[in-house]
Design a protein around this ligand. Structure first.
Ligand code: UT7
Length: 331
């Protein structure tokens, strides 16, 4: 029997309308546009302002767009995997809530929590479901409403993050396209550099934890930066080497959008010119699990069947990884 490959057959994305600019941040904390642009590459980010809306509300339009493009009904989805660190609630899984909201009544769903690498972890899991032959249509969503866990009085973190969602549909094919290889890594000893202090089982929420601002992102930026530069570049290079891919073979690098300097370091190590790198950090900031699918969503029209694409990420956990995708269709 011919091997079943898991191909991406449609992409959807969504960002909320509200733009939080560097100029506006200058009024909130002691920062300035020049520092933010030179240290991170970010000019503005999108924020979901409406009360009572969460990550599922960002994901729903992304998944519905994908269904519309592919001409399928949500009832045809077999499984939906949602990568997020900002679930609607601690439980149940946001994937289930998304399925309910879009009418994906025949789908099971679960969440993957791997921070900025979440989309790659979920994509790799979803592709294995397709390759097994057991499921025909798997949706992988990367979504985060980072504004719900960012302290807007902390200048070291509030300038970085934004809200957004991206989603891809995976389907089986016997053609030589799809998710070709994935190299995923994690190191729990890195958790001390990037985490949320309270709200979990070790330190449940109390009045004191709220007053101590322990429900926000805590990040030791410089330490994370050092690990990210090395981790993302190393894993991307290793993935190329083990698949005998040269820079000429690669059409696009889709890097996690955390910091332009980390993106540049990864591209340099892979020997890739600027024209081959998807960068939208200036518009959206770091949307955590959503950065990679949001890039695919924005660049979809430029992608051609057979294009070799490397997706790479590094984030909290630490988690990191790279995935080689051979694009499945001409837009
Ligand atoms: O996606 C998840 C993974 N996360 C990442 O990959 C993020 C990795 N880290 C980074 O991107 C960078 O470390 C940051 C963007 C977070 C910070 O940039 P940095 O170049 O590492 O700055 P720094 O923390 O070394 O701070 C340099 C200076 C400090 O001042 P002093 O001590 O030199 O006087 C900071 O207090 O910049 C100051 N600073 C700021 N100044 C203006 C820190 N934040 C700001 C700010 N505006 N927003």
């Amino acid at each position: 029997m011919q091997k079943i490959n898991a191909a991406i057959t449609a992409v959807g994305g969504y960002v909320p309308e509200y733009k939080l600019t560097n100029a506006e941040l200058e009024k909130m904390v002691d920062t300035n546009d020049e520092w933010i642009q030179t240290r991170t590459g970010i000019s503005e980010r999108r924020i979901l302002k409406e009360e009572g809306k969460g990550s599922s509300d960002l994901a729903v339009p992304a998944v519905l767009e994908l269904c519309k493009k592919r001409g399928i009904s949500p009832e045809e989805i077999d499984c939906l995997i949602c990568a997020t660190v900002t679930p609607d609630m601690v439980f149940p899984a946001t994937a289930n809530i998304i399925c309910d909201k879009i009418g994906a009544v025949n789908s099971f769903g679960f969440d993957v929590m791997a921070a900025c690498s979440g989309f790659l972890y979920a994509l790799t899991t979803g592709s294995a479901f397709i390759e097994s032959g057991r499921y025909k249509k798997v949706v992988v969503v990367g979504v985060d409403k980072m504004s719900s866990i960012v302290d807007y009085s902390d200048r070291t973190t509030c300038i970085i993050f934004g809200d957004g969602a991206g989603a891809v549909l995976l389907e089986g094919t016997e053609e030589n396209v799809g998710i070709k290889d994935s190299l995923l890594k994690s190191d729990g000893s890195g958790s001390k550099f990037l985490h949320m202090k309270a709200g979990g089982s070790v330190k449940p929420s109390t009045v004191e934890t709220v007053l101590a601002k322990e429900h926000f992102v805590f990040q030791e930026g410089q330490s994370v930066f050092k690990f990210a530069v090395k981790g993302m570049a190393d894993v991307s290079y290793e993935l190329m080497e083990r698949n005998k891919l040269t820079a000429d073979d690669i059409a696009w690098l889709v890097p996690h959008q955390a910091n332009l300097r980390i993106i540049d370091a990864t591209a340099n190590r892979m020997g890739l010119p600027k024209e081959k790198i998807m960068i939208n950090i200036q518009k959206y900031g770091n949307t955590t699990a959503a950065t990679l699918p949001l890039c695919l969503w924005e660049w979809e029209k430029k992608l051609n069947k057979g294009d070799n694409i490397i997706l790479a990420a590094f984030g909290g956990g630490f988690t990191w990884g790279a995935t080689w995708v051979k694009w499945g269709y001409d837009s």
